[in-house]
Design a binder for this molecule. Structure first.
Ligand code: ADP
Length: 758
């Protein structure tokens, strides 16, 4: 609604200052000093048989004895225990007496107000009965478990205590619309249960009054209000916010008349200073409810108000328990998962069940970095639409949560997909990493029963001003709630919040663990390297001894030793030599892991050329064709390590070649940015027409000392060459892999990474 119009309406109808009362009682305004009557309602003639004008300026003491006068004064004193109503007998000039319940209060505008409600001369206050009524109801209220039970009970109790034809509980939702959630009624009346009332049915000013006082009674909807009279009436209108006789707004009266209601009473239900709802009572014919009964009803309203939170918490307890169980399963799954997004995606039904959603999107990564992942589950907007929504969403999170049941109203682009996402519950797990989980709910397509047309609550007058017009017909008609989903329940929102903090805990715990393992790994790697180095170094010495002594034996005792003894000594020497080679390789390998890389700009063309030249010199007997199809890049790397890498790979390509025309090709695939463009990955390869490698050995050839041939074939080395090559590649943060066809040849691919200067 246009707020300006609402203001106009409230200005036009100050419902707290109607200047009139309902005629079943009498209202007097009294002077401060001597309780003289300064204003009185015009129905004095009906109630007391005295013309109102003759009452003006007369002291109250003319009609009421001094003890009662003292009680009236005490009622105004907040420290006194005197409470309304006062049992007053009014003695008239003809000495006749009339009996009243007197209700005294000080108006917000400051005046002393005395309201008189007639009671029968014989009327006695039956406290025992009232107490019994309250005591039983109290026990029953406390015995209820859920909100629905509480509401069902209260309508029955209030109807029993008061005798109204129909008693209902209205509940207001966040938008102010009301629904009838409980009802007890005479059997022949049609039910109002489930009807929705648009927010505009009850003006804000009225809602404000409902918060100020707990109960309102309208004993006769069709009565003629009685105006106040007196000298000050014209000067300042009495603020009647707290008057029990205050006449209701004509608009409200007409509303009730349209409903064919004869009398009505309503009791406020207030939760944390907010008007949560009302207990509304209707009677088909006029009906007066005595003050004492009203007090009981008011007390029940207050009691129910205090119980609301507890009963609401118990509402849907089994649903909440199931949600919890699903949540626990989820967290277990997440704890064991390495990729939490995958874990969420892997349980689509649970993910949707958790918040009662029909669709979900699990997102990670930023679109700009090109590393965005989105998984769509169930009924969701399309991927593009979710990406757009993700651009808008981050600025709208509050405590990492965003909840709405009418997304299209906040984000108009969503109107296109209102059928799947009129409701959105989103949580940010990590904003820097753009990790979000979004749950969607479709438009609440079920038609909602409105008790009127919510789009047309106002009436435009001939002069262009606006007044509220109540429903012309109360027959329920249906209005499709557009662009709105079912409300997200508090328990569903809470599950999302808890899930978020659990996920955050799990992720944090995982990254802590990862950091710990990495540190541990680094430490044990270093230890292993130094152990291997020291061990190899120390092994060499005794080995040298064995080698030397065997040689001495052969030289000095050649004549005395038998032939097979000499042959055995030869084997010992050969084996020690071999062992020395193995230990040297191991030492070299362990050395590679130690120390920092000494990176420098290296032109790989020159480096490869040099390697080829050296290899040609060392193997002059082989006529190898070296192919370089394209120039190689210049990269920032450890020159000596990369040189060793090429020597090993090209050396192998030459060694393991039995073709008549052997060739080796050294090539370059590409250089592409990785890790958000902070590094460049260069991919190179060495191809040959060698003997090839059987598929089952493609991985194993990189293991240390793993050889596929006896040493005397192809002149192989220790079997550490490829292990060393892999270590060099890994130290340059790259990967190595091989493709091979036995009998035809192999291609060793590898990548070397270098940092990109910003
Ligand atoms: P070595 O130092 O003994 O050559 P490597 O670790 O370099 O050991 O190689 C391990 C095994 O991988 C070799 O024994 C050989 O069988 C196989 N191999 C390596 N490179 C090639 C290649 N280019 N073609 C065929 N086989 C190869």
């Amino acid at each position: 609604m246009n707020p300006a119009l609402e203001v106009i309406h409230q200005e036009r109808e100050p419902i707290h200052m109607p200047g009139s009362i309902q005629p079943h009682g009498l209202l007097c305004v009294l002077s401060e000093l001597d309780l003289r009557i300064t204003q009185v309602s015009q129905n004095a003639i009906n109630i007391l048989g005295i013309a109102p004008e003759t009452l003006i300026d007369r002291p109250l003491a003319d009609f009421i004895d001094c003890d009662r006068i003292a009680e009236i004064r005490a009622c105004l004193d907040p420290t006194s225990e005197q409470t309304n109503p006062l049992n007053l007998s009014v003695t008239l000039d003809d000495s006749s007496t009339r009996f009243f319940n007197g209700i005294v209060h000080r108006a917000i505008s400051g005046e002393i107000v005395l309201e008189l409600e007639p009671i029968a001369a014989t009327a006695k206050r039956d406290f025992t009965q009232s107490y019994r009524n309250i005591k039983d109801t109290l026990a029953k209220i406390q015995g209820t478990k859920t909100l629905s039970e509480l509401c069902d009970l209260i309508v029955k109790e209030v109807r029993q205590i008061t005798g109204f034809d129909r008693v209902m509980v209205y509940r207001f939702n966040q938008d102010g619309d009301g629904t009838v959630i409980a009802e007890d009624k005479k059997a022949n009346l049609e039910t109002f249960l489930g009807l929705y009332y648009p927010d505009t049915d009850i003006p804000q000013r009225a809602k404000h009054l409902y918060r100020l006082n707990w109960l309102r009674l309208l004993p006769d909807v069709n009565c003629q209000p009685s105006l106040l009279t007196g000298s000050q009436v014209a000067d300042a209108k009495l603020d009647m916010s707290h008057c029990v006789l205050r006449s209701l707004s004509p608009c409200h009266i007409q509303y009730l008349q349209n409903m064919k209601v004869g009398a009505s009473m309503s009791i406020s239900l207030i939760q944390q200073q907010r008007l949560w709802g009302m207990i509304a009572c209707h009677h088909n014919t006029p009906k007066f409810v005595p003050y004492e009964i009203r007090t009981i009803c008011e007390f029940l309203g207050q009691l129910m108000s205090t119980e609301l939170s507890v009963k609401e918490a118990n509402q849907n307890l089994s649903y909440k328990l199931r949600l919890k169980a699903t949540q626990v399963q989820f967290v277990n799954r997440l704890t064991n998962a390495t990729d939490f997004l995958q874990a969420l995606e892997d349980a689509p039904d649970d993910l949707l069940y958790l918040t009662g959603a029909q669709g979900a999107a699990v997102c990670e990564g930023d679109a700009k970095s090109g590393e965005q992942r989105i998984a769509l589950i169930g009924n969701t907007p399309g991927q593009e639409a979710v990406l757009d929504l993700l651009e808008w969403l981050p600025n709208h999170f509050k405590d990492d949560l965003f909840v709405t049941d009418s997304l299209p109203k906040l984000y108009p682009a969503a109107s296109v997909y209102k059928n799947v996402a009129s409701g959105l519950l989103a949580m940010a797990i990590s904003k820097p990493q753009h990790r979000y989980v979004l749950w969607f709910r479709p438009e609440f397509l079920q038609t909602v029963t409105w008790a009127g047309n919510p789009d047309n609550p106002k009436q435009i007058e001939a002069d262009g001003s606006v007044t509220f017009s109540p429903r012309q017909s109360f027959a329920a008609w249906q209005e499709t709630v557009r662009f709105k989903s079912l409300n997200w329940l508090q328990c569903e929102i809470e599950v999302a919040i808890e899930l978020r903090s659990l996920i955050v805990d799990v992720i944090l715990a995982q990254s802590d663990e990862m950091a710990r393992v990495n540190l541990e790994l680094k430490r044990s790697n270093t230890e292993l390297d130094s152990f291997a180095y020291i061990a190899s170094h120390d092994l060499k010495e005794p080995l040298r001894g064995i080698h030397n002594y065997s040689n001495f034996l052969m030289e000095d005792y050649a004549e005395v030793l038998p032939e097979d003894g000499l042959a055995k000594l030869h084997t010992v020497v050969r084996l020690t030599q071999r062992m020395d080679d193995l230990i040297s390789s191991l030492m070299h390998y362990s050395q590679l892991g130690r120390g920092e890389l000494s990176r420098q700009s290296v032109d790989l063309n020159a480096l490869v050329q040099q390697t080829i030249n050296t290899l040609k010199i060392s193997q002059p007997q082989k006529a190898i064709e070296f192919r370089l199809p394209q120039p190689l890049p210049t990269i920032c790397c450890d020159r000596s390590q990369v040189s060793e890498l090429f020597t090993n790979l090209i050396g192998n390509a030459i060694k393991y070649n039995d073709k008549a025309e052997p060739w080796v090709e050294i090539g370059y695939v590409e250089s592409k940015p990785v890790r958000n463009g902070t590094q460049l990955a260069h991919t190179l390869y060495i191809r040959d027409n060698s003997i090839g490698i059987p598929a089952e050995h493609l991985e194993r050839i990189f293991e240390i000392f793993k050889r596929l041939h006896p040493q005397d074939r192809y002149g192989g080395g220790t079997g550490a060459g490829l292990t060393i090559v892999r270590k060099i590649v890994e130290r340059h943060e790259g990967k190595i892999w091989v493709e091979s066809t036995p009998g035809e040849g192999s291609t060793f691919y590898f990548t070397l990474l270098e940092a990109v200067k910003p």
